[in-house]
Write a protein that binds this ligand. Structure first.
Ligand code: SAM
Length: 251
């Protein structure tokens, strides 16, 4: 069955990028079932208001609980009759959430049904999270794209859906291309070269032309360690599940 993904936003057009490229193809092929909802469809006033001033004062506006609750009720009410999963895992992008990682993308790609709630302004009234957890029984995860502030959750959702979607079996034609990538085993990728062999006076490293697969694999591993040490030393000190990376091998 397709991975179902519901996205609620006040800018549904922002999500039209999900029609393109590999994710768009995966939707056409029935591997991803993406449904975008306009939060303003769940308002009942003439101005389709989704925000109001914050209790306790402070700058900016806060998203009102009622449209959000109705939107989430609507999504949950659209459970597919045939699906085993009756409820989505709700992912709320926010700079105060757990950092989004490849490991998290892998976990979320195992789910049957994900829903994303795109905040705007200063964020969403806290009681919406309580409603989702307690009244709708949803698992709710607040997830951050990184330590910086965006204007809304849409860009974060585009990034997360792309990272998650490409891990769904069949979305990327060659599954092997997934396992060799940066962040899959805690190391960054080795440098890449294609034809021509000499370009603008610059040669491809001769070892890549040697046909010696063991030597090429060893060279690539060295390059990965050196590159990770130079650009992301923090990764070398992190644990990667199957034991720590041996930094001494890099030098
Ligand atoms: N007042 C919030 C704070 O200080 O944590 C920031 C709100 S931000 C201006 C508006 C929306 O953008 C958030 O509700 C969230 O949906 C999204 N957003 C901003 N930065 C993000 C990040 N680093 N990761 C994921 N979503 C983010």
């Amino acid at each position: 069955p397709a991975l179902r993904i519901d996205v609620v936003s006040i800018f549904p057009d922002y999500l039209s990028a999900l029609d393109l490229s590999l994710i768009g193809k995966a939707r056409e092929d029935g591997l991803l079932d993406v449904r975008v909802h306009d939060l303003r469809d769940f308002t009942h006033d003439r101005h389709r208001t989704v925000d109001d001033t914050p209790y306790g004062g402070g700058a900016g506006m806060v998203m009102k609980p009622q449209p959000w609750a109705e939107a989430l009720d609507h999504v949950v009410g659209q459970a597919d009759p045939g699906a085993t999963s009756r409820r989505p895992h709700l992912v709320v992008p926010g700079p105060g959430g757990a950092p989004f990682t490849q490991a998290m993308a892998r976990e979320l790609a195992q789910e049957e049904w994900l829903a994303f709630a795109c905040g705007r302004y200063e964020g969403i009234d806290e009681r919406v999270y309580e409603h989702a957890r307690e009244s709708l029984g949803l698992e709710v995860s607040v997830v951050s794209l990184g330590d910086y502030v965006l204007n809304g959750g849409e860009v974060a959702v585009l990034a997360m859906v792309e990272a998650i979607g490409r891990l769904v079996p069949g979305v990327i034609g060659n599954a092997e291309s997934l396992v060799e990538e940066s962040h899959e085993d805690g190391l960054l990728e080795y440098p890449l070269y294609t034809k021509p062999r000499e370009w603008n006076g610059r040669e491809v490293p001769p070892i890549l032309l040697s046909g010696n697969h063991a030597a090429i694999a060893a060279w690539r591993h060295e390059q990965r360690l050196a590159r990770t040490a130079a650009r992301r030393p923090d990764l070398l000190h992190a644990s990667h599940g199957d034991g720590d990376v041996d930094i001494t091998a890099a030098t």
